[in-house]
Ligand binder design. Structure first.
Ligand code: SF4
Length: 340
């Protein structure tokens, strides 16, 4: 048996039953792929079901407002994925969701990996997928120290994956190798003693499993200190929607002053430099956020806030899509509004 056949036998015995594997609907496969980027399957499953239920077709998703899509996405993080999802749905328009690799690549937000996954899973097109799982499996099987985040490394792994592809069963082959990476050849504790490829695995023979795959550069992480002010006016609060060009585009938040960034409105408002009510820390892929939350009781109508701020009741505020730290802060602040 060749490597692909071993993987396919392993897959038939070990595969998880997941709804996006039981369909050939390119739209649903695409949805699952976008949701599962940077998200665990257990968490993604719930969101996948919600999206399919609310938007059973790509046209239904395109017809939704961006706010509604962000709201449904809330809690998954990496919100640019949700905005791109919506943008792509609109780009598809009235057509059926494409299934050909070349057509998929023309859509916004669909790169080579996602295009290969959709084209092979939905239409059995012979294109090899290379995701994090595939990089790991191949780098160990062949004991490759080429960095997977370098252009030459990526090119090499793509060629190797294409050579190994079972061209008669591309969907099965791709699903098998991805699932094998997710369940058997896992990042920190691969199950080598029960691995059907153990006698072919060069990293196992050479004792280099923990060093595979190799990554060249560590991404720099930036620290940011955010001061959020809950501006409470009677039973309502002042909030606004974030603009473009930074994290959490399109999500809602309290009044924000960021350390190290000049803000005239903060001076005009004469916000008290009091101790924060509480602090939440949040990690993004390239940023470490410290969020201090303050409470300010306003006893007159604010005139000096920027014009995008709106005064909402607590119930209206709960309907807005927010990032994780604001979501967690809301739970702490809710007592301020429910206590009569
Ligand atoms: S022997 Fe271990 S490291 Fe090698 S492919 Fe199997 S699970 Fe992965």
């Amino acid at each position: 048996m060749d490597i692909s056949q071993f993987l396919q036998v392993w897959y038939s015995e070990n595969r998880r039953l997941l709804p996006w594997r039981e369909t050939r609907d390119a739209y649903r496969i695409w949805l699952s792929e976008i949701i599962l980027q940077q998200t665990r399957v257990a968490q993604g499953l719930d969101y996948y079901n919600r999206f399919v239920q609310n938007y059973p077709t790509v046209q239904a998703l395109a017809a939704a407002s961006e706010d509604d899509v962000l709201k449904l996405w809330q809690g998954l993080g990496y919100y640019s994925r949700a905005r791109n999802l919506h943008k792509t749905a609109r780009a598809v328009g009235d057509r059926p969701f494409p299934t050909a690799y070349a057509d998929l690549l023309r859509l916004p937000g669909i790169g080579p990996y996602t295009a290969a996954a959709i084209a092979s899973f939905s239409a059995d097109e012979a294109v090899a997928v290379v995701d994090g799982n595939v990089y790991r499996v191949l780098s160990r099987l062949f004991d490759l120290d080429l960095p997977i985040d370098s252009t030459s490394g990526q090119k090499y792994f793509q060629q190797l994956a294409t050579e190994l592809l079972d061209r008669r069963h591309p969907a099965l082959h791709n699903q098998a190798i991805m699932e094998f990476g997710a369940l058997q050849c896992t990042p920190t504790s691969p199950l080598c003693p029960t691995c059907p490829l153990a006698d072919k695995c060069l990293a196992l023979q050479r004792g280099t499993i923990a060093q595979r795959p190799v990554k060249a550069g560590k991404t720099k992480v930036r620290d940011r200190h955010l001061h959020y002010y809950l501006l409470k006016e009677g039973d309502r609060l002042w909030v606004h929607q974030r603009g473009a060009g930074d994290i959490w585009q399109g999500l809602w938040e309290f009044y924000l002053v960021e350390e190290g960034i000049e803000d005239d409105a903060a001076t005009r408002l004469k916000l008290p430099a009091d101790k924060a009510a509480f602090t939440l820390r949040h990690l993004l892929s390239h940023q470490r956020l410290t969020c201090d939350f303050h409470i300010v009781h306003i006893d007159r109508t604010l005139t000096s806030l920027p014009s995008d701020y709106v005064l909402l009741s607590w119930e209206e505020w709960q309907k807005k899509a927010v990032a994780k730290p604001i979501f967690d802060a809301n739970r702490r602040f809710s007592a301020l509004f429910s206590a009569k």
